[in-house]
Design a protein around this ligand. Structure first.
Ligand SMILES: NC(=O)c1ccc[n+]([C@@H]2O[C@H](COP(=O)([O-])OP(=O)(O)OC[C@H]3O[C@@H](n4cnc5c(N)ncnc54)[C@H](OP(=O)(O)O)[C@@H]3O)[C@@H](O)[C@H]2O)c1
Length: 270
């Protein structure tokens, strides 16, 4: 039986990148898909592409960091399809820069999207997800497993998602809800993807990708199907995570050494 047939899935940041690839994979499997992003043109283009797959789709322009928008997109999903089964908290922004150089506005913007966005979206969706005994999944990063230099606020927000997921799991699993976290490694990106620099300017990512979007999307979909609570995408991430649990100091030394010597392995973390 097709697990996703007729299920209603809301994907934040579903207009491009990992979010859109996941939306496509779910649409192909018969899910009804709701995508949300701030940029209207790209979002509507993506809606058309999903409709070409014969999927039932709703696209809602909105900012996950705004409580009213979170309520609006959840209401749009439920009004159109009558239910909500899965929320994929994917929308996120990346930043680079040493903490001492970060403009306060950059810190606030990253925290607002990556953390408050997940909190608002999940809070707005919870009553409907409980009604379907559904799922909420957070798209985190290897940077959410342990701290990394030059990515402090990003790491802080992604690590906070683990705490949020762990608490939600304890509160909501008895009510039948599944909570999962995906720790992504560096993934193929669309040409439009930008990273926020310390001064707030936008830069193009400059590192090689270790996964294609299609591969990541297929792993996320499999995780949803199996209602797994954790997915760590890279081998280095898994080893790092195990080592960090045994000895955080050891991982700190390894990260600092890799950074100092410009080792390629350092680039695999975030
Ligand atoms: N790509 C990687 O290598 C990598 C590695 C680890 C973790 N991740 C995580 O994976 C997720 C997806 O990454 P990606 O590379 O696919 O990103 P991306 O290509 O930059 O796409 C981000 C998506 O989120 C939307 N978005 C951003 N801010 C938003 C906001 N405030 N409200 C609503 N939508 C918003 C964007 O559309 P608009 O800009 O139009 O709103 C876009 O649809 C993120 O959470 C990221 O942190 C990615």
């Amino acid at each position: 039986m097709n697990y996703f047939k007729g299920k209603v899935v809301l994907i934040t940041g579903g207009s491009r990148g990992v979010g859109f690839a996941t939306a496509k994979e779910l649409a192909r499997r018969g899910a009804k898909v709701v995508i949300m992003a701030r940029g209207e043109k790209r979002l509507l283009d993506s809606e058309l592409k999903l409709q070409d797959l014969d999927a039932e789709v709703v696209a809602v322009v909105g900012d996950v960091g705004e409580w009213e928008d979170a309520q609006k997109v959840v209401a749009a999903a439920v009004n159109r399809f009558g239910r909500l089964d899965i929320l994929v908290n994917n929308a996120g922004v990346s930043m680079r820069g040493h903490f001492a150089d970060l403009a306060p506005e950059v810190c606030a913007a990253v925290a607002r999207t990556n953390l408050m966005g997940c909190i608002f979206m999940t809070r707005a969706a919870i009553p409907h997800l409980l009604a379907t005994k559904g799922q909420v999944v957070f798209i985190s990063s290897i940077a959410g497993l342990f701290g990394l230099p030059g990515a402090s606020i990003y790491c802080a927000t992604k690590k906070a998602l683990t705490g949020l997921a762990e608490s939600l799991r304890l509160e909501l699993i008895p009510m039948g809800l599944h909570v999962g976290v995906v720790y992504l490694g560096y993934t193929e990106h669309d040409p439009e993807k930008r990273i926020i620099a310390a001064d707030g300017s936008l830069t193009v990512p400059d590192r090689p990708a270790h996964h294609t979007q299609v591969h990541v999307a297929s792993k996320i979909v499999r995780m949803l199907e199996k209602r797994q609570k954790q997915l760590i995408m890279t081998r280095v991430g898994t080893i790092g995570w195990i080592c960090y649990r045994l000895s955080p100091a050891l991982v700190e030394c390894a990260v600092l050494l890799a950074q100092k010597r410009h080792l390629g392995i350092f680039k695999r973390f975030s």
